[in-house]
Design a protein around this ligand. Structure first.
Ligand SMILES: NC(=O)c1ccc[n+]([C@@H]2O[C@H](COP(=O)([O-])OP(=O)(O)OC[C@H]3O[C@@H](n4cnc5c(N)ncnc54)[C@H](OP(=O)(O)O)[C@@H]3O)[C@@H](O)[C@H]2O)c1
Length: 319
Protein backbone atom coordinates (compact mmCIF):
# COMPACT_ATOMS: atom_id res chain seq x y z
CA UNK A 1 0.00 0.00 0.00
CA UNK A 2 1.51 3.34 -1.02
CA UNK A 3 0.58 6.39 1.03
CA UNK A 4 0.86 9.89 -0.38
CA UNK A 5 1.49 12.27 2.53
CA UNK A 6 1.21 16.07 2.42
CA UNK A 7 2.68 18.11 5.26
CA UNK A 8 5.30 15.42 6.01
CA UNK A 9 7.75 18.07 7.26
CA UNK A 10 5.18 19.49 9.69
CA UNK A 11 4.70 18.81 13.41
CA UNK A 12 2.03 16.16 12.87
CA UNK A 13 3.01 15.06 9.37
CA UNK A 14 6.52 13.89 10.35
CA UNK A 15 5.04 11.63 13.03
CA UNK A 16 2.64 10.16 10.46
CA UNK A 17 5.54 9.52 8.05
CA UNK A 18 7.68 7.92 10.79
CA UNK A 19 4.89 5.66 12.03
CA UNK A 20 3.76 4.73 8.51
CA UNK A 21 7.30 3.61 7.64
CA UNK A 22 7.55 1.67 10.92
CA UNK A 23 4.24 -0.01 10.09
CA UNK A 24 5.61 -1.12 6.71
CA UNK A 25 3.78 1.26 4.35
CA UNK A 26 5.44 2.62 1.21
CA UNK A 27 5.50 6.38 1.81
CA UNK A 28 5.65 9.13 -0.78
CA UNK A 29 5.77 12.73 0.46
CA UNK A 30 4.89 15.82 -1.53
CA UNK A 31 7.38 18.45 -0.36
CA UNK A 32 8.14 22.02 -1.38
CA UNK A 33 11.82 21.85 -0.54
CA UNK A 34 13.64 18.54 -0.95
CA UNK A 35 16.67 19.85 0.96
CA UNK A 36 14.82 20.68 4.18
CA UNK A 37 12.74 17.52 3.80
CA UNK A 38 15.83 15.31 3.39
CA UNK A 39 15.34 13.79 6.87
CA UNK A 40 12.16 12.13 5.54
CA UNK A 41 14.18 10.50 2.75
CA UNK A 42 16.73 9.31 5.33
CA UNK A 43 13.87 7.67 7.23
CA UNK A 44 12.89 5.81 4.05
CA UNK A 45 10.23 7.98 2.38
CA UNK A 46 10.21 8.88 -1.30
CA UNK A 47 10.21 12.64 -1.90
CA UNK A 48 8.35 14.26 -4.77
CA UNK A 49 8.34 18.00 -5.41
CA UNK A 50 4.95 19.65 -5.15
CA UNK A 51 3.43 22.89 -3.91
CA UNK A 52 -0.24 23.36 -3.09
CA UNK A 53 -0.09 26.88 -4.49
CA UNK A 54 1.02 25.40 -7.84
CA UNK A 55 -1.73 22.86 -8.63
CA UNK A 56 0.06 21.76 -11.82
CA UNK A 57 2.90 20.38 -9.63
CA UNK A 58 0.64 17.82 -7.92
CA UNK A 59 -0.81 15.25 -10.38
CA UNK A 60 2.34 13.21 -11.12
CA UNK A 61 2.77 12.22 -7.46
CA UNK A 62 -0.59 10.41 -7.47
CA UNK A 63 0.67 7.55 -9.66
CA UNK A 64 0.23 4.19 -7.89
CA UNK A 65 -1.08 5.72 -4.67
CA UNK A 66 -3.63 3.87 -2.50
CA UNK A 67 -4.38 6.50 0.15
CA UNK A 68 -3.74 10.22 0.68
CA UNK A 69 -3.01 11.69 4.10
CA UNK A 70 -3.23 15.45 4.10
CA UNK A 71 -1.58 17.00 7.16
CA UNK A 72 -0.60 20.23 5.39
CA UNK A 73 -1.75 23.75 6.09
CA UNK A 74 -0.58 27.31 5.47
CA UNK A 75 2.45 28.16 7.58
CA UNK A 76 1.67 31.37 9.52
CA UNK A 77 5.07 32.80 8.56
CA UNK A 78 4.51 32.09 4.83
CA UNK A 79 3.50 34.66 2.26
CA UNK A 80 1.18 32.06 0.71
CA UNK A 81 -2.49 32.84 1.13
CA UNK A 82 -4.75 30.54 3.14
CA UNK A 83 -7.12 30.58 0.16
CA UNK A 84 -4.44 29.20 -2.18
CA UNK A 85 -3.13 26.46 0.13
CA UNK A 86 -6.14 25.44 2.22
CA UNK A 87 -8.81 25.89 -0.45
CA UNK A 88 -7.58 25.76 -4.08
CA UNK A 89 -4.68 23.41 -3.24
CA UNK A 90 -7.00 21.03 -1.40
CA UNK A 91 -9.61 21.13 -4.16
CA UNK A 92 -6.92 19.94 -6.55
CA UNK A 93 -5.92 17.12 -4.19
CA UNK A 94 -9.52 15.90 -3.93
CA UNK A 95 -9.98 16.12 -7.70
CA UNK A 96 -6.83 14.06 -8.29
CA UNK A 97 -7.91 11.56 -5.60
CA UNK A 98 -11.20 11.17 -7.43
CA UNK A 99 -9.54 10.66 -10.81
CA UNK A 100 -7.13 7.95 -9.64
CA UNK A 101 -9.77 6.30 -7.43
CA UNK A 102 -7.97 6.66 -4.13
CA UNK A 103 -9.16 4.16 -1.50
CA UNK A 104 -9.02 6.65 1.40
CA UNK A 105 -8.43 10.40 1.79
CA UNK A 106 -7.55 11.48 5.32
CA UNK A 107 -7.99 15.14 6.06
CA UNK A 108 -7.03 17.07 9.22
CA UNK A 109 -9.41 19.82 10.19
CA UNK A 110 -10.04 22.00 13.22
CA UNK A 111 -12.72 21.40 15.82
CA UNK A 112 -15.87 23.51 15.36
CA UNK A 113 -14.59 24.93 12.07
CA UNK A 114 -18.12 25.14 10.60
CA UNK A 115 -19.27 27.39 13.44
CA UNK A 116 -16.57 30.00 12.78
CA UNK A 117 -16.77 30.77 9.09
CA UNK A 118 -15.82 34.41 9.76
CA UNK A 119 -12.32 33.12 10.43
CA UNK A 120 -10.62 32.46 7.11
CA UNK A 121 -8.80 29.22 7.97
CA UNK A 122 -11.89 27.82 9.71
CA UNK A 123 -13.99 28.66 6.68
CA UNK A 124 -11.62 26.83 4.30
CA UNK A 125 -11.39 23.81 6.61
CA UNK A 126 -15.18 23.53 6.96
CA UNK A 127 -15.68 24.01 3.21
CA UNK A 128 -13.12 21.33 2.32
CA UNK A 129 -14.80 18.95 4.80
CA UNK A 130 -18.03 19.47 2.83
CA UNK A 131 -16.39 19.09 -0.60
CA UNK A 132 -14.67 15.89 0.53
CA UNK A 133 -17.85 14.43 2.00
CA UNK A 134 -19.67 15.05 -1.31
CA UNK A 135 -16.81 14.03 -3.60
CA UNK A 136 -17.46 10.30 -3.68
CA UNK A 137 -13.85 9.74 -2.51
CA UNK A 138 -13.81 7.46 0.57
CA UNK A 139 -12.63 9.72 3.40
CA UNK A 140 -11.87 10.09 7.11
CA UNK A 141 -11.75 13.51 8.73
CA UNK A 142 -9.96 14.22 12.01
CA UNK A 143 -10.94 17.43 13.78
CA UNK A 144 -8.30 18.55 16.28
CA UNK A 145 -8.22 21.30 18.90
CA UNK A 146 -4.45 21.41 19.30
CA UNK A 147 -1.26 19.44 19.73
CA UNK A 148 0.96 19.22 22.86
CA UNK A 149 3.89 20.35 20.72
CA UNK A 150 2.29 23.80 20.24
CA UNK A 151 2.29 24.31 24.03
CA UNK A 152 6.08 24.42 24.15
CA UNK A 153 6.30 27.79 22.35
CA UNK A 154 3.20 29.04 24.02
CA UNK A 155 3.93 28.24 27.66
CA UNK A 156 7.06 26.15 28.35
CA UNK A 157 9.68 28.35 26.65
CA UNK A 158 8.29 31.73 27.84
CA UNK A 159 8.11 30.41 31.42
CA UNK A 160 11.71 29.11 31.26
CA UNK A 161 12.86 32.45 29.80
CA UNK A 162 10.90 34.56 32.29
CA UNK A 163 8.73 36.04 29.52
CA UNK A 164 5.00 36.76 29.60
CA UNK A 165 2.50 33.97 29.13
CA UNK A 166 -1.12 34.69 28.28
CA UNK A 167 -3.92 33.27 30.33
CA UNK A 168 -7.55 33.47 29.27
CA UNK A 169 -9.73 34.72 32.09
CA UNK A 170 -12.51 32.18 31.54
CA UNK A 171 -11.83 28.54 32.07
CA UNK A 172 -12.04 27.13 28.57
CA UNK A 173 -10.62 23.65 28.77
CA UNK A 174 -9.05 22.28 25.62
CA UNK A 175 -8.35 18.65 24.87
CA UNK A 176 -4.89 18.60 23.30
CA UNK A 177 -3.25 15.48 21.91
CA UNK A 178 0.33 14.36 21.31
CA UNK A 179 1.15 14.21 17.58
CA UNK A 180 2.46 10.62 17.92
CA UNK A 181 -0.93 9.54 19.25
CA UNK A 182 -2.71 11.51 16.50
CA UNK A 183 -0.52 9.69 13.96
CA UNK A 184 -1.55 6.33 15.46
CA UNK A 185 -5.28 7.17 15.08
CA UNK A 186 -4.68 8.33 11.54
CA UNK A 187 -2.87 5.18 10.38
CA UNK A 188 -5.20 2.85 12.24
CA UNK A 189 -8.18 4.36 10.43
CA UNK A 190 -6.83 2.96 7.15
CA UNK A 191 -7.52 -0.60 8.28
CA UNK A 192 -10.90 0.10 9.89
CA UNK A 193 -13.81 0.12 7.45
CA UNK A 194 -16.06 1.71 10.11
CA UNK A 195 -13.93 4.88 9.97
CA UNK A 196 -14.70 5.36 6.27
CA UNK A 197 -16.77 8.44 5.42
CA UNK A 198 -16.76 9.57 9.07
CA UNK A 199 -15.42 12.52 11.06
CA UNK A 200 -13.78 12.16 14.46
CA UNK A 201 -12.74 14.66 17.09
CA UNK A 202 -9.14 13.91 18.00
CA UNK A 203 -8.16 14.87 21.53
CA UNK A 204 -6.47 13.54 24.63
CA UNK A 205 -7.98 12.00 27.73
CA UNK A 206 -8.18 15.31 29.60
CA UNK A 207 -9.11 18.90 28.77
CA UNK A 208 -6.97 21.74 30.13
CA UNK A 209 -7.57 25.41 30.87
CA UNK A 210 -4.67 27.83 30.27
CA UNK A 211 -4.27 28.45 34.04
CA UNK A 212 -3.93 24.73 34.66
CA UNK A 213 -1.26 24.34 31.98
CA UNK A 214 0.67 27.28 33.42
CA UNK A 215 0.51 25.79 36.96
CA UNK A 216 1.66 22.43 35.59
CA UNK A 217 4.63 24.04 33.83
CA UNK A 218 5.53 26.03 36.97
CA UNK A 219 5.48 22.85 39.04
CA UNK A 220 7.52 20.84 36.55
CA UNK A 221 10.23 23.44 35.89
CA UNK A 222 10.27 25.00 39.35
CA UNK A 223 9.88 28.56 38.02
CA UNK A 224 7.13 31.14 38.47
CA UNK A 225 5.36 32.34 35.32
CA UNK A 226 4.88 36.01 34.40
CA UNK A 227 1.14 35.83 33.67
CA UNK A 228 -1.02 38.33 31.79
CA UNK A 229 -4.74 37.67 31.62
CA UNK A 230 -6.93 38.35 28.63
CA UNK A 231 -10.72 38.06 28.50
CA UNK A 232 -12.71 36.22 25.83
CA UNK A 233 -14.88 39.31 24.98
CA UNK A 234 -11.68 41.29 24.44
CA UNK A 235 -10.38 38.54 22.17
CA UNK A 236 -13.60 38.67 20.18
CA UNK A 237 -13.38 42.44 19.87
CA UNK A 238 -9.78 42.19 18.71
CA UNK A 239 -10.72 39.63 16.08
CA UNK A 240 -13.60 41.77 14.83
CA UNK A 241 -11.32 44.78 14.58
CA UNK A 242 -8.63 42.98 12.65
CA UNK A 243 -11.06 40.77 10.75
CA UNK A 244 -8.49 38.02 10.36
CA UNK A 245 -7.67 34.80 12.05
CA UNK A 246 -3.99 35.08 11.24
CA UNK A 247 -3.32 37.73 13.87
CA UNK A 248 -3.74 35.13 16.57
CA UNK A 249 -0.70 33.22 15.41
CA UNK A 250 1.37 36.23 16.35
CA UNK A 251 -0.04 36.43 19.86
CA UNK A 252 -0.65 32.84 20.67
CA UNK A 253 -2.16 29.87 18.88
CA UNK A 254 -4.18 28.95 21.89
CA UNK A 255 -5.98 32.26 22.16
CA UNK A 256 -7.54 31.50 18.80
CA UNK A 257 -8.64 28.04 19.75
CA UNK A 258 -10.34 29.40 22.85
CA UNK A 259 -12.89 31.02 20.58
CA UNK A 260 -13.56 27.83 18.73
CA UNK A 261 -14.73 25.87 21.68
CA UNK A 262 -18.28 25.72 22.85
CA UNK A 263 -18.77 25.65 26.59
CA UNK A 264 -20.61 22.37 26.37
CA UNK A 265 -17.93 20.66 24.29
CA UNK A 266 -17.72 17.13 25.66
CA UNK A 267 -14.19 16.14 24.76
CA UNK A 268 -14.09 13.19 27.08
CA UNK A 269 -17.18 11.65 25.49
CA UNK A 270 -15.58 11.90 22.02
CA UNK A 271 -12.35 10.34 23.29
CA UNK A 272 -14.29 7.45 24.85
CA UNK A 273 -16.25 6.92 21.62
CA UNK A 274 -12.99 6.90 19.65
CA UNK A 275 -11.60 4.29 22.04
CA UNK A 276 -14.38 1.92 21.00
CA UNK A 277 -13.87 2.45 17.26
CA UNK A 278 -10.06 2.58 17.17
CA UNK A 279 -9.38 0.25 20.12
CA UNK A 280 -7.02 2.88 21.53
CA UNK A 281 -7.88 3.44 25.20
CA UNK A 282 -7.63 6.95 26.74
CA UNK A 283 -5.07 5.48 29.19
CA UNK A 284 -2.86 4.47 26.25
CA UNK A 285 -2.54 8.12 25.18
CA UNK A 286 0.44 10.14 26.37
CA UNK A 287 -0.70 12.51 29.11
CA UNK A 288 0.14 16.21 28.93
CA UNK A 289 1.90 15.94 32.29
CA UNK A 290 4.21 13.15 31.03
CA UNK A 291 4.90 15.04 27.82
CA UNK A 292 5.80 18.29 29.60
CA UNK A 293 7.77 16.49 32.33
CA UNK A 294 9.98 14.85 29.69
CA UNK A 295 10.45 18.21 27.94
CA UNK A 296 11.43 20.11 31.10
CA UNK A 297 13.76 17.33 32.32
CA UNK A 298 15.56 17.42 28.97
CA UNK A 299 15.71 21.24 28.94
CA UNK A 300 16.90 21.53 32.52
CA UNK A 301 19.75 19.04 31.87
CA UNK A 302 20.71 20.97 28.68
CA UNK A 303 20.69 24.31 30.55
CA UNK A 304 22.77 22.80 33.38
CA UNK A 305 25.33 21.47 30.87
CA UNK A 306 25.50 24.86 29.16
CA UNK A 307 26.13 26.49 32.54
CA UNK A 308 28.92 24.01 33.39
CA UNK A 309 30.47 24.60 29.93
CA UNK A 310 30.42 28.38 30.26
CA UNK A 311 31.88 28.19 33.83
CA UNK A 312 34.66 25.93 32.50
CA UNK A 313 35.42 28.35 29.64
CA UNK A 314 35.60 31.29 32.10
CA UNK A 315 37.95 29.28 34.34
CA UNK A 316 40.15 28.37 31.33
CA UNK A 317 40.37 32.05 30.38
CA UNK A 318 41.55 32.97 33.87
CA UNK A 319 44.30 30.31 33.84
N1 LIG B 1 -1.09 22.73 15.26
C1 LIG B 1 -2.27 22.54 15.88
O1 LIG B 1 -2.36 22.70 17.11
C2 LIG B 1 -3.49 22.11 15.05
C3 LIG B 1 -4.77 22.21 15.62
C4 LIG B 1 -5.87 21.78 14.88
C5 LIG B 1 -5.70 21.28 13.59
N2 LIG B 1 -4.45 21.23 13.06
C6 LIG B 1 -4.31 20.70 11.69
O2 LIG B 1 -3.44 19.57 11.70
C7 LIG B 1 -2.69 19.54 10.50
C8 LIG B 1 -1.20 19.51 10.82
O3 LIG B 1 -0.86 20.71 11.53
P1 LIG B 1 0.65 21.01 11.96
O4 LIG B 1 0.61 21.92 13.13
O5 LIG B 1 1.41 19.74 12.05
O6 LIG B 1 1.16 21.82 10.69
P2 LIG B 1 2.59 22.53 10.50
O7 LIG B 1 3.57 22.01 11.49
O8 LIG B 1 2.37 24.00 10.42
O9 LIG B 1 3.05 22.00 9.06
C9 LIG B 1 2.44 22.45 7.89
C10 LIG B 1 2.87 21.52 6.76
O10 LIG B 1 2.21 21.94 5.55
C11 LIG B 1 3.22 22.08 4.53
N3 LIG B 1 2.84 23.12 3.59
C12 LIG B 1 2.58 24.42 3.86
N4 LIG B 1 2.31 25.09 2.73
C13 LIG B 1 2.42 24.20 1.70
C14 LIG B 1 2.30 24.28 0.31
N5 LIG B 1 2.04 25.45 -0.30
N6 LIG B 1 2.49 23.17 -0.44
C15 LIG B 1 2.79 21.96 0.16
N7 LIG B 1 2.93 21.82 1.48
C16 LIG B 1 2.76 22.93 2.26
C17 LIG B 1 4.47 22.48 5.29
O11 LIG B 1 5.60 22.24 4.46
P3 LIG B 1 6.96 23.12 4.62
O12 LIG B 1 7.81 22.37 5.61
O13 LIG B 1 7.54 23.14 3.24
O14 LIG B 1 6.60 24.48 5.11
C18 LIG B 1 4.38 21.56 6.49
O15 LIG B 1 4.83 20.27 6.17
C19 LIG B 1 -3.11 20.77 9.68
O16 LIG B 1 -4.13 20.40 8.79
C20 LIG B 1 -3.67 21.70 10.75
O17 LIG B 1 -4.62 22.61 10.23
C21 LIG B 1 -3.34 21.63 13.75
Amino acid sequence: MTLLILGGTGTLGRQIVRKALEDGFQVRCIVRNKKTANFLREWGAELVYGDLTLPESLPLSFQGVTAVIDASTTRPEDDAKILDVDWYGKLMLIEMAKQVKIKRFIFFSIVNAAAYSVISLMHQKASIEKVLANSGVPYTIFQCAGFYQALINQYAIPILEGKTVWQTSERTPISYIDTQDAASFCLKSLSLSETQNKSFFLGGAQAWGSGEIISLCERLCGQKAQIKSISIPFLNLLRQLTGFFEWTYKISERLAFVQLLQDDQDFLKSTQENAKVFKIQPNDLLSLESYLREYFEMMLVTLENLDVDSQKKQKDLLL
